[in-house]
Ligand binder design. Structure first.
Ligand code: X8Z
Ligand code: ZN
Length: 564
């Protein structure tokens, strides 16, 4: 029996009761036990079949997604949607079969765990109608997001209103120092993205909550947190944020003073919050693009090695070869032949492609690819190493069952890749690979470097933390006053305000893609914590001495072993 036909109120009551029982008796994971089958042989047989069919499905969907992402034609889009629909059907069927077991009572931990993943990680408990509806709501919101075009400052003739998020809006927000232009661009983006999807988002919240409740959770926020398998997850991240807050405050007040000097007290209040449009990023999540305004020693050269890369005649291919050499220097595997054959390293000029860098696992233990519109510059050199770290992770868990082929928790994949980036974007490493020829011991260069890292990493912490705090709140308390709830959190954690007053007719959280796209965000906060822990452990293994920011694990077999 599956629960889709049961009255939701009964389910909510049962879920609440279940939670109480769990808390009192200390039993965890007793969610969604519907079936009675405890036959281990049958469970093993089911998982074997699931494993091969899910891997095959994943291969087909990944191939269709790849085809569309690297050649965005209507035909490829239709094919991708067809494959995704088949996969959704398969997921629903698998869920139903998994639900016939009482997974909590099966005498094999691996089987219990895989069934638990299959059952709790899904909206398949919804009726077919609602399952399709939420899927379509998310696609529609993503479509709205990707089709928004805005007008440049002082030009409201629709003819010129063709600025896209990437690269136009992002470029203005990082490079412009004209606060009127920044405020205009910020307002245009937020006004055009949020309101058209507000109703869809409200319905999405309703259905996501229904699915979560059917899975035995109080709401969809609790379901999102469950993936971390930590009963006090919320407290742990709150404590982590508390420990970072003093450092964030120092950065905040330092940056505010610098911006006050540039923009004056009419724009920046000396003791007040920071207007979010002046921090070099549309969402004020990464402040590194204003390093020129805040570098403690502006007369010292920056660590941007782009010019040196161009002088040495780097190509995208060479950047990928260099990244591969980094991993083999640690004793890890080279990229497989399919990687070199099928990856997309450059932006093609004969067709439209999705340029966001990404690493792909085609789930057949053979085919792994990176898609990146690589330009010869330092950011893309770091990104190349970062994406290849994801492929290394895929290769390392290739022999695991399908349901385990993922990060150890939702923040782990990104944490590992970011940890590698810490070794690459590093004065010592860039010197060792012949790209940074200045003195890496200079105090001023090091302080400038650390400021840049603070603008990237410390500034990101409150943002990464609050996005899902907002989502948890909406899932728990409902969608009324969602915009004021958003700005309350932005102010409380980031100390950031909008450039102009906002109302409930706006929906500013939607300006961040992960909200309409239904992508959890707390993983980036967790990854931010993990990356320094992983980096520090690998540096210890590599026998590094000196401050952590000068550690480069390049050529350390010990660090490589630990990472593997
Ligand atoms: O969404 C991403 C990546 C895909 S995992 C492009 N990131 C977050 C963001 O852009 O807000 C990476 C950093 C945080
Ligand atoms: Zn990544």
């Amino acid at each position: 029996m599956i629960c889709v036909w049961i009255d939701t109120r009964v389910l909510v009551a049962a879920a609440v009761l279940g939670l109480l029982v769990e808390r009192v008796l200390g039993i965890t994971d007793a969610r969604l036990v519907q079936g009675t089958n405890v036959n281990l042989g049958e469970a093993l047989q089911f998982l074997r079949e699931y494993d091969s069919e899910a891997s095959r499905m994943c291969f087909r969907v990944s191939s269709a997604r790849w085809a569309y992402s690297t050649n965005m034609t209507d035909h490829n889009k239709r094919r991708m949607i067809e494959e995704q629909t088949l996969q959704a059907k398969f997921d629903k069927l698998s869920w139903k079969r998994a639900m016939t077991f009482d997974w909590t009572r099966l005498p094999d931990q691996m089987v219990r765990r895989q069934l638990k993943f299959l059952i709790t990680n899904s909206r398949a408990s919804l009726s077919d109608e609602k399952y399709n509806e939420i899927y379509h709501l998310i696609s529609e919101m993503k479509d709205i997001y990707s089709h928004v075009r805005i007008c440049p400052l002082n030009n409201h003739e629709t003819l010129f209103c063709d600025l896209e998020l990437d690269p136009d809006v992002l470029r203005i927000m990082s490079n412009s120092r004209n606060h009127m232009e920044l405020a205009h661009t910020w307002k245009e983006w937020h006004d055009k993205v949020g309101p058209p999807m507000k109703n869809k988002f409200m319905r999405y919240v309703q259905i996501a909550n229904q699915a979560a409740r059917m899975n035995g959770f109080l709401d969809a926020g609790e379901e999102m947190r469950y993936a971390y398998e930590e009963s006090d997850f919320e407290n742990q991240v709150a404590e982590a944020w508390k420990s970072l807050q003093p450092l964030y405050r120092e950065l905040f007040t330092y940056v505010r003073r610098k911006l006050l000097q540039l923009y004056g007290p009419n724009v920046i209040r000396p003791e007040g919050p920071l207007p979010g449009h002046l921090l070099g990023n549309l969402w004020a999540q990464d402040w590194s693009k204003i390093i020129d305004l805040v570098a403690p020693y502006p007369e010292y050269t920056s660590m941007d090695v782009t010019d040196e890369m161009l002088r040495q005649g780097f190509t995208p291919l060479r950047m990928f070869q260099m990244a591969e050499e980094f991993y083999t220097s640690l004793g890890l595997q080279p990229m497989p032949p399919e990687f070199w054959r099928f990856s997309m390293f450059d932006k093609p000029n004969d067709r439209k492609v999705q340029c966001t860098a990404s690493a792909w696992d085609f789930c057949n233990k053979i085919d792994y690819r990176i898609k990146q519109c690589t330009e010869v510059n330092m950011d893309d050199l770091i990104s190349t190493h970062h994406e290849m770290a994801h492929i290394q992770y895929y290769l390392h868990y290739a022999e695991q069952p399908y349901l385990y082929r993922d990060g150890a928790n939702p923040g782990f994949h990104e944490g590992v890749s970011n940890a590698i980036s810490l070794s690459i974007f590093n004065p010592v490493h860039l010197h060792r690979v012949g790209l940074f020829n200045q003195n890496t011991d200079s105090y001023e260069t090091n302080i400038n470097f650390l400021m840049l890292m603070a603008l990237r990493k410390v500034a990101f912490a409150p943002f990464a933390y609050l996005i899902d705090l907002w989502r948890y709140e909406i899932f728990q308390n409902g969608v009324q006053n969602m915009n004021s709830a958003w700005w309350e959190l932005r102010l409380r954690y980031q100390g950031v305000i909008p450039p102009i007053p906002r109302t409930e007719s706006h929906f500013d959280a939607a300006a961040k893609r992960h909200i309409p796209a239904d992508i959890p965000y707390m993983k980036y906060f967790v990854a931010l914590l993990l990356e320094f822990q992983i980096h520090s452990s690998m540096c210890f293994a590599a026998g590094h001495e000196g401050p952590l920011h000068t550690c480069d694990i390049y050529r350390s077999r010990e660090a490589g072993r630990l990472l593997a």
